[in-house]
Design a protein around this ligand. Structure first.
Ligand code: SF4
Length: 292
């Protein structure tokens, strides 16, 4: 298999077949990110992709889902995505869906009609790392788009009927910014229809510009109490029908449930965690998160 870096996938995609169609990240400059530092952005050659699909077939595993590798394989133009899907279905006829990580601006080069056709050939539930709905934070972290673009681009998926997942990155605003980050992010997501909202927490790693900001006194991390209060406010403000999951290694106690029916339970669980955190029971948790 042609992998330029290690396999990156969310926890729910462990049983998928992994296929590289792009390497690295087309953006590569979010201030908190260490992913894909080892692999410059590149599109895979179609011959390489075909060889890898054949290798997946040779494994003899009847994969139901293919998780495309790279930070944002959905950047590929419509025609190339169609070509990849046709090859996947030719060699792996049991595959039901194809996903991967995605950036919001990956949708820009596709029309709603094209998205509809991509859905028909199996593309579904890409994980969009929008992280925040707050324009100040999106700019501060150099995400490369604003909240308006998140709504505009992901609404095209809604119109096309293509399922997708959105990510919320807690703690992104640091000390004293959590409630605004939570409210603005929920406000954006409330205008969309994701199948799942997936939350994780910012963890500073040494070789990022944000860590440098932290060392220089230009970014102060949110406390564990602040992070939990932010998460509580975020869930409280979400008013769509979706699934919520915060089960990443960066989350001290996993939280999951359906919205709106499980909202009250999740809020109560978070309130208990806030009380524990106020007693110092979560001090030191983040220092033990060594990798994502
Ligand atoms: S956070 Fe995502 S979009 Fe930003 S640089 Fe990292 S991989 Fe790329």
């Amino acid at each position: 298999m042609h992998f330029s870096s290690g396999i990156n996938r969310p926890p729910y995609e462990a049983m998928d077949g992994f296929l590289q169609v792009t390497s690295g990240c087309s953006h590569g400059s979010c201030r908190f990110c260490t992913f894909y530092n080892d692999a410059p952005f590149a599109l895979s050659q179609i011959q390489e992709i075909e060889e890898d699909i054949k290798e997946l077939k040779a494994y003899g595993v009847k994969y139901k889902r293919i998780f495309l590798q790279g930070a944002d394989p959905f950047i590929l133009p419509y025609e190339r995505l169609m070509q990849v899907a046709v090859m996947i279905h030719k060699y792996l006829p049991y595959v039901e869906s194809i996903g991967g990580y995605a950036r919001v601006d990956n949708v820009k080069n596709k029309t709603v009609e094209q998205l509809r056709k991509l859905k028909e050939v199996g593309y579904s539930n890409f994980y969009f790392g929008n992280e925040s709905g707050d324009d100040y934070l999106l700019e501060r972290m150099n995400k490369g788009y604003k909240a308006e673009a998140v709504i505009e681009q992901l609404s095209k998926l809604d119109e096309a009927g293509m399922k997708y997942i959105v990510n919320f990155l807690g703690g992104l605003g640091g000390h004293n910014y959590g409630i605004r980050h939570a409210r603005e992010s929920a406000n954006v997501i409330n205008q969309l229809n994701p199948t799942m909202v997936y939350a994780s927490e910012l963890t500073l790693f040494p070789d990022t510009p944000l860590s440098e900001d932290n060392r220089n006194g230009n970014f102060e991390e949110a406390t564990e109490v602040e992070r939990l209060e932010e998460m509580l406010e975020f869930i409280r403000c979400l008013d769509i029908n979706t699934v919520f999951k915060a089960e990443h290694v960066t989350i001290p106690v996993p939280i999951r449930g359906k919205l709106p029916e499980d909202k009250q339970n999740m809020l109560e669980l978070l309130q208990k965690q806030i009380n524990c955190a106020k007693n110092g029971e979560m001090d030191g948790f983040r220092k033990n998160v060594r990798s994502l």
